[in-house]
Design a protein around this ligand. Structure first.
Ligand code: RM4
Ligand code: MN
Ligand code: MN
Length: 432
C-alpha cells in the first residue's frame, strides 16, 4: 500500500481516521480533568502546535561509536536524501521544519538549489554547524592538536576560514545562526597551557563573530570532555558565559544536555544563563553517563520537564531577549533515525506542554511559604499528567499523525528508500 509515494498526506489522514474516535474520547476526558483545575485545554493545544525544534542533518543517518557503526537499509546518501528524511519527520510531527546543517558533512554544491529543495518541502535552514574536530579532505593542516585554539596560527587561520565559509553558505541558505563546537583540549596534564589556549580560542572566535551576517546569532557550545580526555578548552557553562560576554551581544551559550558531568543540575544552569541573558539554545538529547546522544526524554524525562519548567517560566514572565533556539543533537546507533527523531520531538513537546500545566501561582505561594513538599507536588501534578491527547490533537490539527511511529511503519517509507538508495561505501553521516 502507498509504496509508490510513501507518507503522503493522504496516507496520514487515512491512518488518522481510524484513530480519531478514540482520540476524541481521550481528549474529552482530559478536557474535563483539566477544567477541574481551571485549565483550558485549547490553549495547551495551541502551545503544542506552536512549538518548534530543529532536526540535525547529521541525525538522519545511522550514528556510531568509537567501536563500530552499523548502517541501515535506505540510509540517506547525500544532503538531498537527508532532507527527504527530515521532511518525513516534519510531516509526521509538524513541529520540525527547521534543519541544522553540519559543514562539511552536508556542504551543498549549490546553496540556492538546496534552499529551494528545502523550501519545496516546507523546510528551512536554522543553524549552521562548523566542523574543525576532524581533518578535512583538501585542507592542508591537521586539527590533531586543536583548531581555533591551536598553538600554530596557521591552523587557527584555517579553522577560522572554515567558520567564515560556513557563514557564507549559511547566508545563501537563509540560516540565522552559527553554532561552534570544537574538540580542542588536552589528553595529558601539562600538554596544554590552560589559560593561553582559552585566549587563543577567544581571539579566533572574535574574527568569526565579526563576520556574522546581519540578524544572526553565534552559539558557542561547551563540553566537559571528549575527544580531549583531560582538559577541554570550552569546558563548562561558566567559561561559555564568559566567552559569550566577551564576544558581544550576539554571542550566546548553547547547552547540549549531554555535555555536563553526571548528576549536574542542568536546569539550574539553564536558569542561570536565562538570568544572565546568554541562553542561546539547546542541543537536546539524553544520557546516562556522558555525551551519550541518546533520544531526548529516553532516560531522564523528569529532568527534561524541569528544564522546560525553567524555559516556560521565562517565557511566561517575558524575560527580555529570551528566544532560545531548540535543536536535537542525537546519535541513532540502534534505532531507525526517523523514528527516534519523531519520538524525541514528541517528547520535547510533551515536556513543554507539561511545563505549561504547572500552577505557577500555587508554586510561587509554596515557595514563599517555604513548603517544599507542596512545591514539589505542584511540579509533579503537571509532570504526571498524561498530555498525550493534547499532543496527538495538535499534530492532527496541523496535518500530522495521531500515532506517528505506527503511521511511519505502515507507510513502508524505509522499505521504499531501501530500494531507491542502494548503500554506498560510507554514508557521510553520524558521529563516530
Ligand atoms: C559534539 C557536539 C556537537 C556535534 C558533534 C557531532 O559532541 O555535540 O554539537 O555537532 O558532537
Ligand atoms: Mn551538540
Ligand atoms: Mn555532543
Amino acid at each position: 500500500m502507498h509504496s509508490s509515494a510513501p507518507l503522503t498526506d493522504a496516507h496520514i489522514q487515512e491512518a488518522n481516521a481510524s484513530r480519531a474516535a478514540t482520540l476524541k474520547e481521550d481528549y474529552e476526558h482530559l478536557t474535563l480533568q483539566l477544567a477541574r483545575r481551571g485549565v483550558a485545554i485549547e490553549r495547551l493545544v495551541d502551545q503544542a502546535m506552536a512549538f518548534r525544534v530543529a532536526v540535525p542533518s547529521w541525525g538522519v543517518g545511522a550514528g556510531g561509536t568509537r567501536f563500530a557503526r552499523f548502517g541501515i537499509a535506505g540510509e540517506p546518501r547525500n544532503v538531498f536524501e537527508k532532507l527527504d528524511d527530515c521532511e518525513a519527520v516534519f510531516k509526521l510531527t509538524r513541529v520540525t521544519p527547521g534543519i541544522s546543517l553540519h559543514i562539511p558533512w552536508d556542504k551543498p554544491d549549490n546553496a540556492r538549489e538546496l534552499r529551494e529543495f528545502a523550501r519545496a518541502r516546507g523546510l528551512f535552514f536554522d543553524s549552521m554547524n562548523s566542523n574543525t574536530f576532524q581533518d578535512q579532505p583538501g585542507k592542508p593542516l591537521s586539527y590533531k592538536f586543536g583548531s581555533l585554539s591551536h598553538t600554530d596560527s596557521a591552523v587557527r587561520r584555517q579553522a577560522v576560514e572554515h567558520n567564515l565559509e560556513c557563514l557564507v553558505i549559511g547566508a545563501a541558505l537563509g540560516a540565522r545562526s552559527h553554532t561552534v563546537w570544537i574538540g580542542d583540549g588536552g589528553n595529558f596534564p601539562g600538554q596544554v597551557h590552560l589559560r593561553s589556549a582559552l585566549s587563543r580560542y577567544l581571539n579566533s572566535l572574535r574574527e568569526i563573530y565579526a563576520a556574522l551576517p546581519d540578524g544572526w546569532r553565534l552559539f558557542i557550545e561547551h563540553k566537559l570532555y571528549e575527544p580531549a580526555f583531560y582538559s577541554t578548552v570550552l569546558n563548562d557553562w561558566g567559561t561559555s558565559y564568559y566567552c559569550a560576554t566577551e564576544l558581544g551581544e550576539r554571542a550566546y551559550s548553547l547547552v547540549d544536555l549531554g555535555h555536563h558531568a553526571p548528576n549536574v543540575n542542568v536546569e539550574l544552569i539553564v536558569a542561570r544563563l536565562i538570568q544572565f541573558g546568554k541562553l542561546g539554545g539547546f542541543h537536546f538529547n539524553d544520557s546516562q553517563y556522558g555525551d551519550d546522544d541518546l533520544d531526548a526524554g529516553a532516560i531522564k524525562p523528569f529532568q527534561l520537564f524541569l528544564i522546560f519548567n525553567e524555559l516556560v517560566d521565562a517565557e511566561l514572565s517575558r524575560v527580555p531577549g529570551f528566544a532560545p533556539a531548540y535543536m536535537l543533537d542525537q546519535s541513532h546507533n540502534v534505532t531507525d533515525p526517523i523514528e527516534s527523531l519523531v519520538t524525541s520531538s514528541v517528547e520535547l513537546v510533551r515536556a513543554y506542554v507539561q511545563a505549561h500545566l504547572v500552577d505557577r501561582e500555587a508554586l510561587a505561594g509554596f515557595q514563599e511559604a517555604n513548603d517544599p513538599l507542596m512545591a514539589l507536588q505542584t511540579l509533579k501534578q503537571a509532570f504526571t499528567t498524561d498530555v498525550t491527547p493534547i499532543l496527538a490533537t495538535a499534530r492532527a490539527r496541523a496535518g500530522g499523525a495521531i500515532d506517528p511511529v505506527a503511521v511511519y511503519r505502515s507507510s513502508g517509507y524505509r522499505r521504499q528508500k531501501a530500494a531507491e538508495r542502494p548503500p554506498v561505501a560510507r554514508a557521510g553521516a553520524g558521529i563516530v
